[in-house]
Write a protein that binds this ligand. Structure first.
Ligand SMILES: [Zn+2]
Length: 391
């Protein structure tokens, strides 16, 4: 029997499966572009990875836009800037209401799919944005935020980050009260970026399953941002999900080693980013140019070329270690450096095709594409209801 393979290398069977599944991406940094009022999400762009035409072409049904700023911004200023980003996401949904709908529950996501719309969700990436104030956390939840990553790249006052020196031995008592409050509010506790000890403290205290919105496997690429096999097993034992990150520096050991061997490469990239984006700290420009420059350095042979099949290797490893019910997708589009063949959302059907080719069943592929993430969200919603009925 001849298999039908389209020019893009994606079989008809994969297309049918992909476009009938609910595809969820738990981490995208496109929000930084929304801060420029002139940015049109409804128009196809030649840069970046995400806009409505390309989400449609790639069958992306639900997207978590990240509310993010560096951990260097703290205090009331961080709260203010997070609120501005939340408004910017809500504004994009209003301006594009023909195609987008704001979603806060699993039912909202499923209803959007039925209507042929893309569900827009929000996650706060870094506990520094609550300014150590549970009222701020509550107000984020009220505005529709449905996950919070406890830390970004530096420690917060109540939790250690995976890329900073340990200061709190994991989660402090206040950090534990943040996790409890998130359980009550129905906000998913995201353990991407946190230190291993913070992860275990959180796993112990949380009444709801956790997810890692954008992390990959440390057994394949030894980055502190990735999860060890044991962490993935323990996350899964409590019903959680690891959403695999597509960033080349988290996918490929070869890429990581090359960066380490020659630190001048990253200095060069940083310098050229400043030249292209100016010194005013335009995050959207810096993120997009970082991705472009990395690609240029690869083309010049200064960094190794990482192919999108590396994503499949991480998914497959995580499935083998944590189980088929505990793996999802968290691209880091518009916030990281993408591998060849996964430059933007239009390429997503290739993941479905590669998993089918590897022998995954259609049901298992649907789980990875989105159903596992939706299950965690449903569990988090249930726990929130239970906690509020016992008050
Ligand atoms: Zn991140």
């Amino acid at each position: 029997m001849a298999t039908m393979v389209a020019r893009d290398g994606v079989s008809e069977r994969a297309k049918k499966l992909h476009f009938s599944s609910i595809v969820v991406d738990t981490h995208d940094d496109t929000t930084q572009r929304f801060l420029d009022d002139k940015f049109e999400l409804g128009v196809r762009h030649s840069d970046g990875s995400i806009d409505i035409p390309r989400m449609k072409a790639g069958g992306l049904d639900a997207i978590f836009f990240s509310i993010w700023m560096s951990g260097k911004t703290a205090g009331p200023e961080a709260v203010k800037r997070a609120e501005a980003q939340i408004r910017a996401v809500q504004d994009q949904v209003r301006r594009n209401s023909k195609d987008l709908v704001l979603a806060t529950t699993v039912n909202d996501v499923r209803a959007a799919k039925k209507e042929g719309k893309i569900a827009v969700l929000m996650g706060v990436e870094g506990g520094h944005m609550i300014n150590s104030d549970l009222d701020v956390l509550r107000s984020f939840a009220n505005s529709g935020v449905r996950y919070m990553t406890l830390t970004h790249s530096v420690n917060v006052e109540w939790a250690d980050s995976s890329t900073d020196k340990p200061a709190h031995n994991g989660l402090t008592d206040f950090g534990k009260s943040v996790v409890r409050e998130m359980n009550g509010l129905g906000v998913v506790v995201d353990i991407s970026h946190v230190s291993d000890k913070t992860f275990y403290d959180t796993l112990e205290i949380s009444k709801a399953p956790l997810f890692a919105s954008h992390s990959s496997c440390r057994a394949i690429c030894d980055a502190p941002r990735n999860m060890t096999d044991q962490m993935m097993k323990d996350l899964a034992a409590k019903g959680g999900v690891i959403q695999i990150n597509y960033h080349v520096g988290f996918l490929s050991q070869e890429f990581r080693d090359a960066e380490k061997r020659d630190p001048k490469i990253n200095d060069d990239i940083a310098l050229q980013i400043r030249q292209r984006c100016g010194g005013d700290g335009n995050e959207a420009c810096m993120l997009l140019e970082g991705d472009k420059l990395t690609r240029e350095f690869v083309d010049q042979g200064k960094l190794p070329r990482v192919d999108y099949r590396k994503i499949i290797e991480h998914i497959d490893h995580a499935v083998k270690v944590a189980g088929i019910d505990h793996v999802g997708l968290g691209s880091d589009f518009d916030g990281a450096n993408m591998p060849y063949g996964m430059e933007d959302a239009t390429m997503l059907p290739k993941i479905t095709d590669a998993l089918l080719t590897k022998g995954y069943s259609e049901g298992d592929v649907r789980k990875i594409l989105g159903e596992n993430t939706l299950r965690v969200m449903a569990d988090v919603e249930r726990v929130s209801r239970e906690l509020s009925s016992h008050k």
